[in-house]
Write a protein of this length. Sequence first.
Length: 134
Amino acid sequence: NRGIAMIDVCWENESKTIIRQDYTKYWNWQEYIEAMETTYEMMDKHGSSVDIIMNLGDEGMLPWEAFCSGHCAPFVDSHPNQGMQIAVTSSRFKQFANLFTRLYPEHATKIQFHVVEDMLEAYEIIQDKRVVHD
């Protein structure tokens, strides 16, 4: 343990409909797994649809483990209470995300995966979904 969380997980709003994950520049796959476990625990306690905003920042890079066999499972699995999963980044992660959506189109659709360049765009996508579904 380095004493500093490389991925911070918190509720983004008081109604607990959005969980935000803030990533530092350097994080590893185990920290991602732990962040998703925390996210799923939060969803368990809430009991209704929750969207995830993965705030990867401008310099975020995937750890090398993400490219190893079998490590895509967290990207393709989802929690029963999970709504959309939105990655916010202007980094090279976008190229991986676009590849992911081409390789696993049914999973990308299932988890409602989006990649956007800023938080405002993420909020707009969530708001648009809520207008359509409410």
